[in-house]
Ligand binder design. Structure first.
Ligand code: SF4
Length: 463
């Protein structure tokens, strides 16, 4: 029997990271709860490193699966003596990406002690850096950028982690949010464009905590302080928190898909609440692409807010036309090709009594290959919908992503080299309307220059 992976019809995030420093706090336990809050960013593996433990060594546990699989008895983590901890949830893609050895944190011994490294993102020059290190005799055990960074740090003369990172980080090209610890400090850093999010909070009772999303802070009762800036390094240690700029000429380009799809609705990114942005995306969509219809439904879960905004603006009732089975993960046992092809049917089910005989506006947050949309339209029609009008709360995805988001090659994208007028025929919808890029940015509420929009616009920073 095959153990198959659902090829995401959606885009996928690459990871969630978190970590903190505090005296007299159950930090490993808090980190575990923060990971629960970040679970939507990766379900392939989870792990925590905490230290310094008994014998001054760092404690590490990581494994494949959800946070609850790896830490079934999270209360046990309260007993781990530590003053710092880092945690990671992973989404992997590419060959070898699902190997257990790629789960993080990665813990290594080097001449100055121990290092634990976690990251979210993708280094564009990892191939070149790896070759360079291998030619000097380095042996890699994983495919991760975390291991690459650890090797680079280990080669620096300085025993001071902060100093070593200052030497190394300017050589990294790409999108990254790293958290690194040597058992003395926890250091978080973002690339010079800030593609991937990372924020810092204060812990009730003293100490600080960093995380990919602010929803993790709420879960552990931490108070959000600020986003870590592009190119900035934030250091947490026994003296408190301080920071320094390690990459010159930074310029903010947070991934706009964090607002559209990836981030949790209760998170705030650059001061904007994700749920409210999504609702506004829906309102803008209703203004740009009105249609005569009876009801509005959203594709659960990430499109519900946009659908409710659409309904509100259009003056139509919002109805739950689709229900999602939340207990099917990315990986499950599927015996036949037919079942593989019907992945969406397994996850989403229409509410027949609601859609039967209705003209339905179906709001989704993106179309990637288009396979999900084709199945969704079929599902709605099979359930008796009279008309199905697909409305997308984002522009057409026309290009791949080089910054750590799992978007297929451009030629696999439904909107690649295809005019928008052809999309209804391909998906089987009565009509399709995408939100324009200008209105998408307007809904986010930040200047366009502060957002990466490259997979829509083709204007790739860094390339
Ligand atoms: Fe996000 Fe698209 Fe930019 Fe990738 S290319 S970082 S998915 S906006």
């Amino acid at each position: 029997m095959d153990h198959e992976v659902i090829k995401p019809g959606k885009l996928s995030e690459t990871c969630g990271v978190c970590g903190g420093f505090a005296d007299d706090q159950p930090l490993a336990f808090l980190t575990c709860f923060a990971l629960y809050a970040l679970q939507h960013r990766g379900q392939e593996s989870a792990g925590i490193a905490a230290g310094p433990g008994e014998g001054r060594k760092m404690w590490l546990k990581r494994g494949m699966g959800l946070v609850s699989d790896v830490f079934p008895e999270s209360a046990d983590l309260k007993g781990i003596v530590c003053r710092l901890a880092v945690g990671h949830v992973r989404y992997s893609y590419g060959e070898g990406g699902r190997s257990p050895e790629n789960s993080q944190p990665l813990k290594l011994r080097y001449r100055h002690g121990e290092l634990a490294v976690i990251h979210n993102g993708h280094l564009l020059n990892s191939g070149q850096l790896r070759e360079e290190l291998e030619s000097q005799g380095a042996i890699f055990q994983t495919d991760t950028d975390s291991e690459l960074l650890a090797h680079m740090v280990a080669r620096q003369g300085s025993s001071d982690l902060e100093q070593a990172l200052c030497e190394v980080v300017p050589r990294l090209k790409g999108a990254f949010a790293f958290i690194v610890t040597d058992g003395h400090k926890v250091i978080g850093l973002r690339d010079g464009y800030g593609f991937r999010p990372l924020s810092v909070a204060s812990l009730d009772g003293g100490g600080y905590f960093m995380a990919s999303e602010t929803c993790a802070f709420d879960t552990i009762g931490a108070e959000f302080m600020r986003d870590i800036e592009p190119g900035e390094m934030v250091i947490l240690d026994e003296e408190g928190m301080h920071s320094r700029q390690v990459i010159e000429n930074p310029c903010s380009k947070l991934c706009i898909f964090e607002y559209i799809y990836f981030a949790r609705p209760d998170s705030n990114l650059q001061g904007e609440n994700v749920h409210l942005v999504r609702r506004e995306l829906g309102r803008q969509l209703a203004r740009e692409h009105p249609v005569k219809a009876d009801i509005v439904s959203g594709v659960p879960d990430s499109s519900i807010a946009a659908a409710s905004g659409f309904a509100e603006e259009a003056g139509l009732p919002y109805e739950m036309g689709l229900v999602k089975n939340r207990y099917i993960g990315r990986t499950f046992i599927k015996p036949t090709q037919k079942m593989r092809d019907e992945g969406v049917d397994i996850k989403l089910n229409p509410v027949k009594k609601i859609v039967e005989g209705q003209r339905v506006v179906l709001v989704d947050d993106s179309i990637v290959r288009g396979t999900t949309s084709v199945k969704l339209i079929k599902i709605m029609r099979r359930a008796g919908a009279r008309e199905v009008h697909l409305r997308i709360s984002a522009p057409p995805v026309k290009g791949s992503c080089y910054y750590g988001i799992d978007i297929p090659d451009a030629h696999e994208l439904i909107a690649y080299n295809r005019p928008e007028e052809e999309i209804p025929a391909v998906t089987g919808a009565d009509s399709v309307g995408y939100l324009s890029l200008d209105k998408t940015v307007e809904a986010v509420g930040l200047p366009a220059g502060r957002l990466c929009r490259a997979c829509f616009s083709g204007e790739y920073p860094l390339l």
